[in-house]
Design a protein around this ligand. Structure first.
Ligand SMILES: Cc1cc2nc3c(=O)[nH]c(=O)nc-3n(C[C@H](O)[C@H](O)[C@H](O)COP(=O)(O)OP(=O)(O)OC[C@H]3O[C@@H](n4cnc5c(N)ncnc54)[C@H](O)[C@@H]3O)c2cc1C
Ligand code: FES
Ligand code: FES
Length: 461
Protein backbone atom coordinates (compact mmCIF):
# COMPACT_ATOMS: atom_id res chain seq x y z
CA UNK A 1 0.00 0.00 0.00
CA UNK A 2 2.77 2.43 0.90
CA UNK A 3 5.57 4.04 -1.01
CA UNK A 4 2.84 3.97 -3.56
CA UNK A 5 3.81 3.80 -7.16
CA UNK A 6 7.55 4.43 -6.67
CA UNK A 7 9.25 2.89 -9.68
CA UNK A 8 12.67 4.51 -9.65
CA UNK A 9 14.89 5.74 -6.86
CA UNK A 10 17.85 8.11 -7.21
CA UNK A 11 20.25 9.09 -4.45
CA UNK A 12 22.70 11.63 -5.83
CA UNK A 13 25.55 13.07 -3.79
CA UNK A 14 25.73 16.31 -5.80
CA UNK A 15 23.14 19.04 -5.40
CA UNK A 16 23.19 20.02 -9.09
CA UNK A 17 22.26 16.44 -10.01
CA UNK A 18 19.43 16.40 -7.49
CA UNK A 19 18.04 19.70 -8.82
CA UNK A 20 18.20 18.36 -12.38
CA UNK A 21 16.23 15.27 -11.35
CA UNK A 22 13.62 17.45 -9.64
CA UNK A 23 13.35 19.55 -12.80
CA UNK A 24 12.65 16.34 -14.69
CA UNK A 25 9.78 15.55 -12.33
CA UNK A 26 11.36 13.38 -9.60
CA UNK A 27 9.90 14.11 -6.15
CA UNK A 28 12.31 14.96 -3.29
CA UNK A 29 12.37 12.43 -0.46
CA UNK A 30 13.64 13.71 2.89
CA UNK A 31 12.52 11.77 6.00
CA UNK A 32 9.74 10.15 4.00
CA UNK A 33 7.27 10.27 6.89
CA UNK A 34 4.72 12.14 4.79
CA UNK A 35 5.71 11.09 1.34
CA UNK A 36 5.70 7.34 1.97
CA UNK A 37 2.39 7.52 3.80
CA UNK A 38 0.66 9.58 1.16
CA UNK A 39 -1.86 8.25 -1.31
CA UNK A 40 -0.10 10.18 -4.07
CA UNK A 41 1.37 8.28 -7.02
CA UNK A 42 5.09 9.07 -6.99
CA UNK A 43 6.80 7.26 -9.87
CA UNK A 44 10.30 8.69 -9.33
CA UNK A 45 11.91 9.84 -6.11
CA UNK A 46 15.16 11.65 -5.52
CA UNK A 47 16.44 10.86 -2.05
CA UNK A 48 18.21 13.88 -0.53
CA UNK A 49 20.01 11.81 2.14
CA UNK A 50 23.45 11.71 0.51
CA UNK A 51 23.71 15.47 -0.13
CA UNK A 52 25.25 16.25 3.27
CA UNK A 53 22.40 18.58 4.25
CA UNK A 54 22.35 17.51 7.89
CA UNK A 55 24.71 20.03 9.42
CA UNK A 56 24.00 22.22 12.46
CA UNK A 57 26.32 25.24 12.45
CA UNK A 58 26.60 28.36 14.56
CA UNK A 59 28.22 31.41 12.98
CA UNK A 60 28.59 34.50 15.14
CA UNK A 61 25.32 33.78 16.96
CA UNK A 62 23.37 32.91 13.79
CA UNK A 63 22.23 29.34 13.30
CA UNK A 64 22.32 27.45 10.02
CA UNK A 65 20.44 24.17 9.88
CA UNK A 66 20.66 21.77 6.97
CA UNK A 67 17.23 20.90 5.60
CA UNK A 68 17.87 17.22 6.35
CA UNK A 69 18.44 17.76 10.10
CA UNK A 70 15.92 15.47 11.76
CA UNK A 71 13.44 16.69 14.36
CA UNK A 72 15.23 14.45 16.87
CA UNK A 73 18.70 15.79 16.01
CA UNK A 74 17.37 19.35 16.38
CA UNK A 75 15.67 18.48 19.68
CA UNK A 76 18.89 16.92 21.00
CA UNK A 77 21.25 19.68 19.88
CA UNK A 78 22.62 22.00 22.60
CA UNK A 79 23.50 24.44 19.80
CA UNK A 80 19.89 24.55 18.57
CA UNK A 81 18.69 24.84 22.16
CA UNK A 82 20.76 27.94 22.95
CA UNK A 83 20.59 29.57 19.50
CA UNK A 84 16.77 29.48 19.46
CA UNK A 85 16.26 30.31 23.13
CA UNK A 86 15.00 26.72 23.56
CA UNK A 87 12.05 27.36 21.22
CA UNK A 88 12.84 25.06 18.32
CA UNK A 89 13.90 22.18 20.57
CA UNK A 90 10.60 22.46 22.46
CA UNK A 91 8.62 22.66 19.20
CA UNK A 92 10.24 19.52 17.73
CA UNK A 93 9.40 17.51 20.84
CA UNK A 94 5.89 18.90 21.17
CA UNK A 95 4.92 18.40 17.59
CA UNK A 96 5.93 14.80 17.26
CA UNK A 97 5.83 12.68 20.42
CA UNK A 98 7.21 9.56 18.72
CA UNK A 99 11.01 9.43 18.72
CA UNK A 100 10.72 6.77 16.00
CA UNK A 101 9.13 9.35 13.69
CA UNK A 102 11.33 12.22 14.94
CA UNK A 103 14.40 10.17 14.01
CA UNK A 104 13.22 10.24 10.37
CA UNK A 105 11.23 13.46 9.86
CA UNK A 106 13.34 16.45 8.85
CA UNK A 107 13.09 20.19 9.42
CA UNK A 108 13.03 20.68 5.66
CA UNK A 109 10.28 18.13 5.08
CA UNK A 110 8.25 19.61 7.90
CA UNK A 111 8.58 23.11 6.44
CA UNK A 112 7.72 22.05 2.89
CA UNK A 113 4.84 19.80 3.97
CA UNK A 114 3.35 22.82 5.72
CA UNK A 115 0.86 21.27 8.08
CA UNK A 116 -1.52 23.93 9.43
CA UNK A 117 -0.95 22.51 12.93
CA UNK A 118 2.83 22.51 12.88
CA UNK A 119 4.40 23.85 16.06
CA UNK A 120 7.73 23.64 14.26
CA UNK A 121 6.44 26.03 11.58
CA UNK A 122 5.10 28.38 14.29
CA UNK A 123 8.49 28.33 16.03
CA UNK A 124 10.33 28.99 12.75
CA UNK A 125 8.02 31.97 12.15
CA UNK A 126 8.64 33.37 15.61
CA UNK A 127 12.39 32.92 15.06
CA UNK A 128 12.24 34.87 11.77
CA UNK A 129 13.85 32.00 9.90
CA UNK A 130 15.07 32.43 6.34
CA UNK A 131 14.68 29.44 4.02
CA UNK A 132 17.32 28.84 1.36
CA UNK A 133 16.14 27.07 -1.78
CA UNK A 134 18.59 26.05 -4.49
CA UNK A 135 17.24 26.07 -8.04
CA UNK A 136 18.91 25.77 -11.40
CA UNK A 137 18.62 29.55 -11.84
CA UNK A 138 20.40 30.21 -8.53
CA UNK A 139 19.56 30.32 -4.81
CA UNK A 140 16.41 31.89 -3.40
CA UNK A 141 16.32 33.24 0.15
CA UNK A 142 12.77 33.31 1.36
CA UNK A 143 11.76 34.72 4.78
CA UNK A 144 9.47 32.55 6.89
CA UNK A 145 6.55 34.96 6.47
CA UNK A 146 6.59 34.27 2.74
CA UNK A 147 7.94 30.70 2.58
CA UNK A 148 5.58 29.11 5.09
CA UNK A 149 2.50 30.68 3.50
CA UNK A 150 2.95 28.59 0.38
CA UNK A 151 6.18 26.53 0.38
CA UNK A 152 5.25 24.77 -2.87
CA UNK A 153 5.70 28.02 -4.76
CA UNK A 154 9.27 28.57 -3.56
CA UNK A 155 10.46 24.96 -3.83
CA UNK A 156 8.96 24.44 -7.30
CA UNK A 157 11.72 22.80 -9.35
CA UNK A 158 14.20 23.31 -6.52
CA UNK A 159 15.41 21.90 -3.24
CA UNK A 160 15.22 23.49 0.17
CA UNK A 161 18.81 23.17 1.38
CA UNK A 162 19.01 25.10 4.65
CA UNK A 163 17.24 27.15 7.25
CA UNK A 164 18.93 30.24 8.66
CA UNK A 165 17.91 31.47 12.12
CA UNK A 166 19.36 34.93 12.84
CA UNK A 167 20.54 35.75 16.39
CA UNK A 168 19.00 34.10 19.45
CA UNK A 169 16.00 35.82 21.02
CA UNK A 170 16.34 36.61 24.73
CA UNK A 171 13.09 34.97 25.75
CA UNK A 172 10.87 32.36 24.13
CA UNK A 173 7.96 30.11 24.99
CA UNK A 174 5.74 27.54 23.35
CA UNK A 175 2.27 26.83 24.72
CA UNK A 176 -0.17 24.32 23.28
CA UNK A 177 -3.49 22.67 23.97
CA UNK A 178 -4.34 19.24 22.58
CA UNK A 179 -6.88 16.55 23.38
CA UNK A 180 -3.97 14.28 24.40
CA UNK A 181 -0.27 15.12 24.72
CA UNK A 182 0.30 12.92 21.67
CA UNK A 183 -2.44 14.53 19.55
CA UNK A 184 -1.93 17.47 17.20
CA UNK A 185 -2.45 20.79 18.96
CA UNK A 186 -5.83 22.48 18.66
CA UNK A 187 -3.97 25.74 19.18
CA UNK A 188 -0.27 26.40 19.75
CA UNK A 189 1.42 29.73 20.38
CA UNK A 190 5.13 30.32 19.83
CA UNK A 191 6.61 33.52 21.17
CA UNK A 192 10.05 35.17 20.95
CA UNK A 193 10.96 38.48 22.62
CA UNK A 194 14.09 40.61 22.99
CA UNK A 195 14.63 43.76 25.04
CA UNK A 196 16.40 47.09 24.51
CA UNK A 197 17.08 48.24 28.06
CA UNK A 198 13.81 47.80 29.91
CA UNK A 199 11.63 48.08 26.81
CA UNK A 200 10.56 45.21 24.63
CA UNK A 201 12.45 45.85 21.41
CA UNK A 202 11.14 42.90 19.41
CA UNK A 203 8.22 40.55 19.84
CA UNK A 204 7.06 37.78 17.54
CA UNK A 205 3.90 35.84 18.16
CA UNK A 206 3.00 32.94 15.85
CA UNK A 207 0.00 30.63 16.06
CA UNK A 208 -1.42 27.37 14.79
CA UNK A 209 -5.10 26.42 14.76
CA UNK A 210 -5.87 28.99 12.08
CA UNK A 211 -7.59 28.85 8.73
CA UNK A 212 -4.56 27.93 6.62
CA UNK A 213 -0.90 27.92 7.58
CA UNK A 214 0.52 29.02 10.93
CA UNK A 215 0.86 32.81 10.98
CA UNK A 216 2.11 35.74 13.03
CA UNK A 217 -0.20 38.38 14.51
CA UNK A 218 1.47 41.76 13.85
CA UNK A 219 -1.17 43.74 15.79
CA UNK A 220 -0.32 41.73 18.92
CA UNK A 221 3.41 42.12 18.33
CA UNK A 222 2.92 45.91 18.05
CA UNK A 223 1.30 45.98 21.49
CA UNK A 224 4.45 44.48 22.99
CA UNK A 225 7.15 46.32 21.05
CA UNK A 226 8.17 49.57 22.72
CA UNK A 227 6.26 48.64 25.88
CA UNK A 228 7.72 47.68 29.26
CA UNK A 229 6.06 44.29 28.90
CA UNK A 230 3.92 44.84 32.00
CA UNK A 231 0.86 42.69 32.71
CA UNK A 232 -1.42 45.23 30.97
CA UNK A 233 0.75 45.18 27.81
CA UNK A 234 0.67 41.38 27.73
CA UNK A 235 -3.09 41.42 28.24
CA UNK A 236 -3.53 43.82 25.31
CA UNK A 237 -1.35 41.63 23.08
CA UNK A 238 -3.37 38.53 24.04
CA UNK A 239 -6.56 40.46 23.27
CA UNK A 240 -5.24 41.29 19.79
CA UNK A 241 -4.45 37.62 19.14
CA UNK A 242 -7.99 36.66 20.11
CA UNK A 243 -9.63 39.32 17.96
CA UNK A 244 -7.36 39.42 14.89
CA UNK A 245 -6.32 35.85 14.14
CA UNK A 246 -8.56 33.81 11.78
CA UNK A 247 -9.27 30.76 13.95
CA UNK A 248 -10.40 27.53 12.32
CA UNK A 249 -13.78 25.93 12.87
CA UNK A 250 -13.60 22.15 12.41
CA UNK A 251 -14.67 18.83 13.87
CA UNK A 252 -11.93 19.05 16.53
CA UNK A 253 -12.91 22.44 17.96
CA UNK A 254 -15.04 25.47 17.12
CA UNK A 255 -13.27 28.72 16.25
CA UNK A 256 -14.72 30.39 19.37
CA UNK A 257 -13.04 27.78 21.59
CA UNK A 258 -9.72 28.19 19.79
CA UNK A 259 -10.00 31.98 20.21
CA UNK A 260 -10.51 31.72 23.96
CA UNK A 261 -7.70 29.22 24.35
CA UNK A 262 -5.34 31.30 22.20
CA UNK A 263 -5.87 34.32 24.42
CA UNK A 264 -4.89 32.32 27.52
CA UNK A 265 -1.94 30.60 25.81
CA UNK A 266 -0.60 33.92 24.45
CA UNK A 267 -0.78 35.47 27.90
CA UNK A 268 1.07 32.49 29.42
CA UNK A 269 3.65 32.33 26.66
CA UNK A 270 4.42 36.06 26.85
CA UNK A 271 4.77 35.95 30.65
CA UNK A 272 7.20 33.02 30.38
CA UNK A 273 9.19 34.55 27.53
CA UNK A 274 9.50 37.93 29.29
CA UNK A 275 10.56 36.21 32.51
CA UNK A 276 13.20 34.23 30.62
CA UNK A 277 14.49 37.38 28.88
CA UNK A 278 14.71 39.31 32.17
CA UNK A 279 16.41 36.49 34.06
CA UNK A 280 18.80 35.55 31.23
CA UNK A 281 18.15 31.91 32.17
CA UNK A 282 17.40 29.39 29.43
CA UNK A 283 15.15 26.49 30.44
CA UNK A 284 17.26 23.39 31.03
CA UNK A 285 17.57 21.16 27.99
CA UNK A 286 16.24 17.62 28.42
CA UNK A 287 19.11 15.13 28.80
CA UNK A 288 20.03 14.19 25.28
CA UNK A 289 21.00 10.66 24.46
CA UNK A 290 24.57 10.33 23.25
CA UNK A 291 24.25 8.29 20.06
CA UNK A 292 26.91 7.76 17.49
CA UNK A 293 26.43 9.69 14.26
CA UNK A 294 24.54 7.51 11.80
CA UNK A 295 26.47 6.20 8.82
CA UNK A 296 26.62 8.57 5.88
CA UNK A 297 24.76 7.21 2.88
CA UNK A 298 26.63 6.97 -0.39
CA UNK A 299 25.30 7.88 -3.82
CA UNK A 300 23.04 5.41 -5.62
CA UNK A 301 22.48 6.82 -9.11
CA UNK A 302 19.48 4.75 -10.18
CA UNK A 303 17.56 1.80 -8.78
CA UNK A 304 14.37 0.05 -9.78
CA UNK A 305 14.80 -3.45 -8.35
CA UNK A 306 17.55 -5.78 -7.27
CA UNK A 307 19.34 -6.98 -4.17
CA UNK A 308 20.15 -4.68 -1.31
CA UNK A 309 22.77 -5.49 1.29
CA UNK A 310 21.57 -5.06 4.85
CA UNK A 311 23.40 -5.80 8.07
CA UNK A 312 20.66 -7.23 10.25
CA UNK A 313 21.38 -8.41 13.79
CA UNK A 314 25.06 -8.75 12.91
CA UNK A 315 24.46 -10.86 9.76
CA UNK A 316 24.65 -9.75 6.18
CA UNK A 317 21.40 -10.27 4.30
CA UNK A 318 20.73 -9.54 0.64
CA UNK A 319 16.97 -9.41 0.16
CA UNK A 320 15.50 -8.76 -3.28
CA UNK A 321 13.68 -5.41 -3.19
CA UNK A 322 12.03 -2.90 -5.46
CA UNK A 323 12.56 0.85 -5.24
CA UNK A 324 9.28 1.13 -3.33
CA UNK A 325 9.93 -1.67 -0.80
CA UNK A 326 9.86 -0.44 2.76
CA UNK A 327 12.31 -1.75 5.35
CA UNK A 328 9.32 -3.31 7.11
CA UNK A 329 8.43 -5.37 4.04
CA UNK A 330 12.04 -6.32 3.30
CA UNK A 331 12.62 -7.60 6.84
CA UNK A 332 9.35 -9.53 7.10
CA UNK A 333 9.79 -11.11 3.67
CA UNK A 334 13.20 -12.22 4.92
CA UNK A 335 11.54 -14.07 7.81
CA UNK A 336 11.98 -11.50 10.57
CA UNK A 337 8.42 -11.72 11.87
CA UNK A 338 9.27 -9.89 15.09
CA UNK A 339 8.97 -6.69 13.06
CA UNK A 340 5.23 -6.20 13.36
CA UNK A 341 3.02 -4.94 10.60
CA UNK A 342 0.48 -2.42 11.87
CA UNK A 343 -0.80 0.85 10.48
CA UNK A 344 1.87 1.56 7.83
CA UNK A 345 1.57 5.29 8.57
CA UNK A 346 3.90 5.79 11.53
CA UNK A 347 1.05 5.92 14.05
CA UNK A 348 1.31 2.64 15.96
CA UNK A 349 5.07 2.09 16.31
CA UNK A 350 4.71 -1.72 16.04
CA UNK A 351 7.20 -1.93 13.17
CA UNK A 352 10.02 -0.21 15.11
CA UNK A 353 13.58 -1.40 14.53
CA UNK A 354 16.93 0.15 15.46
CA UNK A 355 18.95 1.58 12.59
CA UNK A 356 22.49 2.46 13.67
CA UNK A 357 21.16 2.27 17.24
CA UNK A 358 18.25 4.68 16.73
CA UNK A 359 14.61 3.59 16.84
CA UNK A 360 12.72 4.27 13.61
CA UNK A 361 9.38 3.15 12.20
CA UNK A 362 10.39 0.71 9.46
CA UNK A 363 7.11 1.22 7.57
CA UNK A 364 8.17 4.77 6.67
CA UNK A 365 11.72 3.95 5.61
CA UNK A 366 12.64 2.55 2.24
CA UNK A 367 14.81 -0.58 2.40
CA UNK A 368 17.33 1.27 0.21
CA UNK A 369 17.84 3.76 3.03
CA UNK A 370 19.09 0.97 5.29
CA UNK A 371 21.77 -0.13 2.85
CA UNK A 372 25.12 -0.52 4.60
CA UNK A 373 23.66 0.38 7.99
CA UNK A 374 23.21 -1.75 11.11
CA UNK A 375 19.63 -2.85 11.60
CA UNK A 376 18.51 -4.52 14.81
CA UNK A 377 15.21 -6.33 15.24
CA UNK A 378 13.86 -8.11 18.29
CA UNK A 379 15.29 -11.37 16.91
CA UNK A 380 18.74 -9.94 17.64
CA UNK A 381 17.93 -8.98 21.22
CA UNK A 382 18.01 -12.31 23.02
CA UNK A 383 17.18 -15.97 22.55
CA UNK A 384 14.37 -18.02 24.11
CA UNK A 385 16.97 -19.57 26.45
CA UNK A 386 18.84 -16.39 27.19
CA UNK A 387 16.54 -13.40 27.16
CA UNK A 388 18.01 -9.90 26.98
CA UNK A 389 17.68 -8.16 30.40
CA UNK A 390 15.00 -5.88 28.92
CA UNK A 391 13.00 -8.90 27.70
CA UNK A 392 13.43 -10.61 31.09
CA UNK A 393 12.18 -7.47 32.83
CA UNK A 394 9.07 -7.39 30.60
CA UNK A 395 8.34 -11.03 31.50
CA UNK A 396 9.03 -10.54 35.22
CA UNK A 397 6.85 -7.42 35.36
CA UNK A 398 3.95 -8.97 33.46
CA UNK A 399 4.28 -6.31 30.78
CA UNK A 400 3.40 -8.62 27.89
CA UNK A 401 -0.07 -9.70 26.85
CA UNK A 402 -0.71 -10.31 23.16
CA UNK A 403 2.86 -9.20 22.44
CA UNK A 404 2.15 -7.19 19.32
CA UNK A 405 3.72 -4.01 20.71
CA UNK A 406 6.41 -5.81 22.70
CA UNK A 407 9.26 -5.99 20.15
CA UNK A 408 8.97 -2.25 19.53
CA UNK A 409 8.80 -1.40 23.22
CA UNK A 410 11.80 -3.61 24.00
CA UNK A 411 13.90 -2.12 21.21
CA UNK A 412 12.99 1.41 22.31
CA UNK A 413 13.90 0.46 25.88
CA UNK A 414 17.22 -1.03 24.80
CA UNK A 415 18.15 2.13 22.87
CA UNK A 416 17.19 4.25 25.88
CA UNK A 417 19.12 2.21 28.46
CA UNK A 418 22.25 2.05 26.34
CA UNK A 419 22.30 5.84 26.20
CA UNK A 420 20.85 6.66 29.64
CA UNK A 421 21.31 3.74 32.05
CA UNK A 422 19.49 5.67 34.82
CA UNK A 423 16.39 7.09 33.11
CA UNK A 424 13.72 8.96 35.02
CA UNK A 425 10.11 7.82 34.66
CA UNK A 426 9.55 10.78 32.32
CA UNK A 427 12.45 9.67 30.13
CA UNK A 428 11.08 6.11 29.99
CA UNK A 429 7.65 7.39 28.99
CA UNK A 430 9.20 9.63 26.35
CA UNK A 431 11.17 6.68 24.95
CA UNK A 432 8.05 4.49 24.69
CA UNK A 433 5.81 7.25 23.27
CA UNK A 434 4.63 6.22 19.85
CA UNK A 435 4.42 2.49 20.76
CA UNK A 436 0.68 1.90 20.97
CA UNK A 437 -0.44 -0.98 23.18
CA UNK A 438 -3.99 -2.27 22.93
CA UNK A 439 -3.76 -4.70 25.86
CA UNK A 440 -1.48 -3.85 28.75
CA UNK A 441 -1.53 -0.07 28.63
CA UNK A 442 1.31 2.16 29.69
CA UNK A 443 1.99 1.32 33.33
CA UNK A 444 3.54 -2.17 33.26
CA UNK A 445 5.84 -1.47 30.29
CA UNK A 446 7.20 1.62 32.07
CA UNK A 447 7.73 -0.44 35.22
CA UNK A 448 9.48 -3.11 33.15
CA UNK A 449 11.95 -0.60 31.72
CA UNK A 450 12.57 0.79 35.21
CA UNK A 451 13.16 -2.78 36.42
CA UNK A 452 15.61 -3.40 33.59
CA UNK A 453 17.40 -0.20 34.56
CA UNK A 454 17.78 -1.63 38.04
CA UNK A 455 15.48 0.92 39.68
CA UNK A 456 12.49 0.28 41.90
CA UNK A 457 9.24 -0.04 40.00
CA UNK A 458 6.08 1.81 40.93
CA UNK A 459 4.50 -1.30 42.52
CA UNK A 460 7.50 -1.99 44.75
CA UNK A 461 8.13 -0.19 48.03
C1 LIG B 1 2.47 9.45 12.85
C2 LIG B 1 2.73 10.84 12.37
C3 LIG B 1 2.17 11.91 13.05
C4 LIG B 1 2.39 13.20 12.63
N1 LIG B 1 1.85 14.24 13.34
C5 LIG B 1 2.06 15.51 12.93
C6 LIG B 1 1.51 16.63 13.62
O1 LIG B 1 0.81 16.46 14.62
N2 LIG B 1 1.75 17.88 13.16
C7 LIG B 1 2.51 18.07 12.05
O2 LIG B 1 2.73 19.20 11.67
N3 LIG B 1 3.05 17.06 11.40
C8 LIG B 1 2.84 15.80 11.81
N4 LIG B 1 3.40 14.77 11.15
C9 LIG B 1 4.16 15.09 9.99
C10 LIG B 1 5.61 14.98 10.19
O3 LIG B 1 6.09 15.73 11.24
C11 LIG B 1 6.10 15.36 8.87
O4 LIG B 1 5.73 14.23 8.18
C12 LIG B 1 7.55 15.54 8.69
O5 LIG B 1 8.04 16.54 9.47
C13 LIG B 1 7.85 15.68 7.25
O6 LIG B 1 9.22 15.55 7.12
P1 LIG B 1 9.90 14.44 6.23
O7 LIG B 1 11.35 14.78 6.26
O8 LIG B 1 9.53 13.09 6.67
O9 LIG B 1 9.26 14.79 4.81
P2 LIG B 1 8.99 13.91 3.53
O10 LIG B 1 7.86 12.98 3.78
O11 LIG B 1 10.25 13.33 3.03
O12 LIG B 1 8.54 15.06 2.53
C14 LIG B 1 7.38 15.84 2.76
C15 LIG B 1 7.17 16.73 1.51
O13 LIG B 1 8.18 17.73 1.42
C16 LIG B 1 8.94 17.60 0.22
N5 LIG B 1 10.32 17.87 0.63
C17 LIG B 1 10.93 17.33 1.73
N6 LIG B 1 12.15 17.87 1.89
C18 LIG B 1 12.33 18.73 0.87
C19 LIG B 1 13.41 19.59 0.50
N7 LIG B 1 14.52 19.67 1.24
N8 LIG B 1 13.27 20.35 -0.60
C20 LIG B 1 12.13 20.28 -1.35
N9 LIG B 1 11.07 19.50 -1.04
C21 LIG B 1 11.18 18.74 0.06
C22 LIG B 1 8.70 16.20 -0.27
O14 LIG B 1 8.83 16.10 -1.66
C23 LIG B 1 7.27 15.97 0.20
O15 LIG B 1 6.38 16.54 -0.71
C24 LIG B 1 3.20 13.45 11.53
C25 LIG B 1 3.78 12.39 10.84
C26 LIG B 1 3.56 11.09 11.26
C27 LIG B 1 4.21 9.96 10.52
S1 FES C 1 4.09 2.62 12.71
FE1 FES C 1 4.78 1.27 11.20
S2 FES C 1 3.22 -0.20 11.07
FE2 FES C 1 2.40 1.30 12.45
S1 FES D 1 0.54 -6.40 24.67
FE1 FES D 1 -0.97 -6.42 23.12
S2 FES D 1 -0.63 -4.58 22.07
FE2 FES D 1 0.65 -4.39 23.77
Amino acid sequence: MLARGIRSYHRPSRLAEAIELVKQGAVPLAGGTRLLASAREIPNVVDLAALGLDQVELDDGDLRLGALVTLQAAADSPIVHSATGALLTAACRAQQPSRMVRNLATLGGESVFASPDSEVAAALLALNTVFVVERSDGPLESPALRFLRNPAEDVAQGILTSLFVPGAPEGTALERVAVLPSAPALVAVAVAVSFSGDQCGRARIALTGLVGAPARVPEAENRMEGSHAEDADIERAAEQVATRAPFRDDAHAPAAYRRQVARVLTRRALHRAVKQARSGQLPAAPRSRPTSRGRALVALPYFTSGRVELNVNGETRRPEVEARTTLLDALRRDGLWGVKHGCETGECGACTVLVDGRPVVSCLMLALRAQGRNVQTVEGLGTPDALHPVQQAFVDTGAVQCGYCTPAMELCAKALLEALPDPTEGEVREALAGCLCRCIGYVKPVQAVQRAAGGATADEP
